[in-house]
Design a protein. Sequence first.
Length: 250
Amino acid sequence: MRDDHHRQLASSFGSVADVYERSRPGYPLEAVRWLVGERPARVLDLGAGTGKLTRTLLDAGHDVVAVDPSEPMLAHLSAASPSADVKVGTAEAIPVPDADVDVVVVAQAFHWFDHDVALPEIARVLKPGGWLALVWNFRDASVPWVDELWTMINPEEPQRIDYTDVTEGTALGASEWFGPVESATFQHSQQLGGQGLLDLVTSRSYVAIQSPEERAPLLDAVRAVYARQATADGVVLPYVTYCFRAPVVR
């Protein structure tokens, strides 16, 4: 069960759909190929948001059904990717028939799910031989100013993903519905101007739920970091893209 604060954070993205679309990074093609495979497949982008991953999946030749609970987020996705099959829904009640997709990909959203309900539901919609793939963009904490920036934004956010936690200790690693978890990482980066960096910060759930007065000191501090680090082209924000995949077993 999720507490009220977790539900508040999870539901915050609809209110910042525009800034989320403008500011959030996509995913490197090499990572998407590792997650989904090179052959065309029917892919469910679960928790698709504004379609940051959906676009890369479509460009790679996949048949994509995109599911998200937020209609404002999906409005951006539909506008940018009209060939996607877009549905309002959640990971706990996926509006897709049994054994309908080859791969379920979850980008930046698995931690919002109720795993006890979502994992068997994901297994239900996968074809035999299919798999679940998870991906997150995390800050590259080896760059001092980037680590400073993200710590400033949310000091409780982890710097990286612990592989052992995902492959063994999490709901996925311990699940009866999925087999052994494989992992890989990829380098990624995003170039942003000053407003783009502010939008990126505002799109974070824990900032989105704050009032303008509450977030003002943080945004001032972000402006100061940008002024110190930016060149004429803005700043390049580096990420490590963490990828995981596990085969369905029932």
